[in-house]
Structure formats: C-alpha cells, structure tokens
Design a protein around this ligand. Structure first.
Ligand SMILES: Nc1ncnc2c1ncn2[C@@H]1O[C@H](COP(=O)(O)OP(=O)(O)OP(=O)(O)O)[C@@H](O)[C@H]1O
Ligand SMILES: [Mg+2]
Length: 301
C-alpha cells in the first residue's frame, strides 16, 4: 500500500478560468477550465486523470508544471507551495518535476540531435562537469529507454513515433525527477507500440520510484497502469478512488458511463455489454467530494 501521508504533490482548490473581455474591459465570457480541483499523489504512485475532451485535464497539468498560473488554489510540490515561486526557485523545482507530452515530435527541436535534446536538461542543471561525462550519461539513458546509443547523433525526423516518445522519456528521466506529468503520452502512438511505452513507464517507476500524473483517454490502459484514478468533468473531479474500487464500484453516473463504454475483448460479453449514457451536465458549484468508503470520493449532486 502506498503511504498517502507525505505526498509528492498536493493540489488544493485549483482553478483556472479563461475570461474573454469586450472592448470596454467587461467580462463577456468565462470558461471554467479547472474549477476547484484537489488531490494528492504519493511518492512512487501513479494517479490517472481521465475525462472527456475539454474537461480540464491538460490545464490541470500545466498549472502543476507552472506553465500557466491559477485563478485560485495552490500546488504543493514536495511540501513547498510553488504557485508563487520566482524564476530561480522554479528552475530548482523543474529538476524534480518533469513532463512528457502527447506529441514528442512537436516537443523536440527538429534541428537538434536527439542526444543533445537529452543532454540539455543535464547541462541546464549542471549535473556533469565534462562533455564526456554527459555523453556517457546520455548513452546510459538511451539504453535505459530501449534505444541504441548510436542513435544519439540522429535528428527527430529519423525516428518513429514510439522511438521519439522514448527520447522524450529519456529527457524527462535524465534529471531523476520525483514526479512526471505525462499528458496523453501514448495517445498518438500505434496501438502495437502503446503497450511497450506503458511498460517502459512502469519499469522506470519500479527502478526510480518516480510518481506519475498520467493524463489519458484510454481507460483500459489507465486500469493497467494507475494505482488511483481521478475522473474529471467540466473542470471538476467527480470521482476519485483506487483503480480497483473505481472499476468495481463506480458511483458517479459519468464514471459509470465512461466504464460502460470500454470495449470488452470477448465477443460474447462484448455483444451483451450494456452502455450507460450520461448527458454531461456541469456539476453544481456547491457540490462537494464526499468519501463514500475509505479513499473513494464522489461528487455530491
Ligand atoms: N488558453 C486558453 N484560452 C481559452 N480557453 C482555453 C485555453 N486553454 C484551454 N481552454 C479551454 O479550457 C477547457 C479545458 O481544456 P483542456 O485542454 O484542459 O482540456 P483537456 O481535458 O485536456 O481536453 P483534451 O482531452 O481534448 O486534451 C476547454 O474548454 C478549452 O477550450
Ligand atoms: Mg488535453
């Protein structure tokens, strides 16, 4: 069991509203992309964040990474409140919190050799004294993620999607972070490659004890990979539980609908599968998460 007492990440009342104003500065439209989200992630744990498109998953990730600033709420990373940190402190924090994006192609510089891309964070954080030591470390990292170290001289376009994502992962683990925010890291890959990359994530976690916030669409993958799952709907978490609890005993109608939409790899049972439909409604502002059994939280309606 994973100790939840000293979380690596703790998010409290996090909100990000996007406001459109007219010529006179009057508010004409407000998107509550994230609207009062709280959760924590324990060291070495994987928390899955799922929900329909536009439910606020990526925005939540960006707020945690400090790529965006919240309208309200706090992010505590390793016990430190990070939403107010200045540049220098942010840099120190970034060494311990890394990101893997959905599309490794757009997150890698097309003109930079991939070995350089992996070495970049090592250089930025001055982790090695000499270029030779850095190269040695890059070669190790390549091997660790299943790439031939000789590929370090290549450019991103010379790789397949799966290989590029391995480069992205090597770059993320180079500085031995405590948390990786992974925003749909397998969604863009061929199905045959997805399982390999998921296995790589799991192996690295075993070895390094790194925690993941894993943003995903594919519930089957989430079920396989995540210790706990938080379900988002219109900027709110509507249900959060251990993976077993969530799949055995989903309480919120939106979670039930998501689970009922999962295909079953058995033709007889697939034929008999009953879909539950749920007309998504924005949860009422005053709704609160309630603990229905230990560790299982459901948004009241
Ligand atoms: N910079 C922005 N300006 C205005 N609205 C934004 C901005 N970024 C996100 N939004 C809106 O915030 C909401 C949440 O977006 P977000 O990208 O977090 O959703 P998501 O759950 O990651 O969706 P997807 O599964 O499609 O990646 C959406 O309605 C989106 O249009
Ligand atoms: Mg997204």
């Amino acid at each position: 069991m994973i100790a939840a007492d000293r979380p690596v990440l703790k998010v409290e009342g996090l909100a990000r509203h996007f406001v459109t104003k007219d010529f006179f500065g009057r508010e004409v439209h407000r998107v509550r992309a994230v609207d009062g989200v709280s959760f924590s992630v324990a060291p070495g744990e994987t928390l899955g964040l799922v929900g329909e498109s536009g439910s606020g998953k990526s925005t939540t990730g960006r707020l945690i990474l400090r790529l965006d600033d919240p309208t309200a709420g706090q992010v505590h990373f390793e016990g430190q409140e990070i939403t107010g940190l200045g540049k220098g402190q942010l840099k120190a924090m970034r060494r311990r919190m890394q990101v893997v994006f959905q599309d490794p192609y757009s997150s890698l510089n097309p003109r930079m050799r991939v070995g350089e891309a992996v070495a970049e964070p090592l250089r930025a954080h001055r982790l090695f004294k000499t270029a030779a030591e850095r190269r040695e470390r890059v070669a190790q990292l390549f091997q660790r993620v299943g790439l031939d170290p000789r590929f370090a001289e290549r450019l991103p376009h010379q790789f397949s999607g799966g290989q590029r994502q391995r480069v992205g992962i090597a770059r993320a683990i180079a500085v031995e972070p405590k948390l990786i925010v992974a925003d749909e890291p397998i969604t863009a890959l061929d199905v045959s490659i997805q399982a390999q990359i998921v296995n790589l994530f799991m192996d690295l976690q075993q070895e390094m004890g790194v925690a993941y916030l894993f943003i995903a669409h594919d519930l089957a993958m989430v079920r396989f990979l995540c210790h706990r799952v938080a379900v988002m709907l219109r900027g709110r978490i509507v249900e959060m539980a251990s993976t077993e609890q969530l799949f055995a005993d989903a309480r919120h109608p939106y979670t039930q609908a998501l689970i009922s939409a999962m295909p079953i790899p058995d033709p007889d049972r697939e034929l008999a599968r009953q879909r539950i439909f749920y007309e998504a409604v924005t949860p009422p502002q005053e709704a609160q998460l309630q603990e229905v059994s230990p560790g299982h939280w459901v948004l009241s309606s």
